[in-house]
Design a protein around this ligand. Structure first.
Ligand code: DGY
Length: 328
């Protein structure tokens, strides 16, 4: 009888169940010799290296840095399966050179992430968090019971949304915008045509959109795509939403544009460095809604992502095609 493959999982995934019940990791426990990191947070680098050293499979999160050095330290590795759609934490070229299959979890998180992008769009445009804070701080007094100019925001209906990146999540956001009576401009590197979306150059999108939502992957080409000159092109009073990756937007330039009022607001779920530094200039700004990278964080979606990551891993270990494979 052949020995079951050795696998390391960097998160216990406790609380995530497959439909009908049962741990998402159960198939791994049945079919592999599976070690699971059960401490809070991600394994520190030395612990990850030590645990993965003799493994054929690795199931990781986006917080685990799977770089060339780590891959070199794991000579038996055949599959890296990430429980995320983004794979900017993995050195794909190094994995490919070593013949390691890399899997990810697109599709299952599309609608949930689009929901959060829209939630941020609405919260930022209608100043929901600011208003909530005002009320909780006891500032809503009888003298200020209702004021004509209290928390004036921006209308979505009739406004123009610019969607940067027309992959599944960008398209799901565009569909939502159509339902809200918005005109939608879109830009993607592949110049993909999408029903209900007017394709345009990135420069024109930035100049014309009242709201801009970012949905491209972080790659060497998109890092800093919204740098200071790009942000300066945005329509005065526009609102920026980013649920993709922090490295796409120049945070210092964004904070400056929000501070001086050139941009009205922003809704951010992702940051250049995560967690965001306590002294980030964004933290003190009233006109920014900040969430801690929760785009795909619904119970059902996280369970689907984990189940798909397990499926990818088992397929790779069996020598079958991965359901979603990133590298050739
Ligand atoms: C991803 O999967 O890459 C998201 O950022 C988290 O769901």
């Amino acid at each position: 009888m052949t020995e079951r493959p050795r696998v390391f999982v960097t998160n216990s995934m406790s609380g995530l169940q497959v439909p009908g019940g049962g741990s998402v990791l159960a198939p791994l426990h049945e079919r592999t010799r599976c070690e699971v990191w059960r401490q809070p947070g991600s394994p520190p680098r030395h612990a990850l290296r030590e645990a993965a050293r003799d493994c054929e499979g690795l199931l990781c999160l986006l917080t685990d840095s799977i770089d060339a050095e780590l891959l070199a330290a794991c000579p038996r590795l055949r599959v890296v399966s990430s429980c995320s759609v983004g794979v900017d934490h993995i050195d794909i070229a190094a994995a490919t050179t070593r013949g390691i299959a890399v899997g990810n979890t697109p599709g299952v998180l599309t609608e949930t992430t689009a929901d959060l992008a829209f939630a941020l769009l609405m919260a930022a445009s209608r100043r929901i968090v600011e208003a909530d804070r005002f009320l909780r701080e006891g500032l809503w007094t009888p003298e200020r019971r209702w004021e004509l100019d209290m928390f004036l925001g921006r209308d979505l209906h009739g406004a123009t949304l610019g969607v940067i990146g027309l992959g599944p999540i960008g398209r799901a956001v565009a569909r939502r915008a159509g339902g809200f009576g918005m005109r939608v401009l879109g830009w993607s590197r592949s110049a993909r045509s999408v029903a209900g979306v007017e394709q345009t150059a990135l420069e024109r999108l930035l100049e014309c959109a009242d709201f801009v939502s970012v949905h491209v992957a972080l790659t060497p080409e998109t890092r800093g795509l919204l740098d200071a000159p790009a942000l300066a092109r945005m329509k005065p009073g526009a609102v920026l939403i980013n649920t993709a990756r922090g490295g796409i937007v120049d945070e210092a330039a964004l904070a400056a544009a929000l501070r001086d009022g050139r941009l009205a607001a922003a809704g951010l779920d992702v940051y250049e460095n995560e967690p965001i530094a306590a002294d980030s200039p964004l933290i003190d700004l009233e006109n920014v809604v900040l969430t801690p990278h929760i785009g795909s964080a619904s119970i059902a979606t996280r369970a689907r992502m984990a189940a798909l990551a397990v499926e990818n891993l088992l397929a790779g270990l069996d020598g079958r095609p991965l359901v979603h494979r990133v590298n050739p």
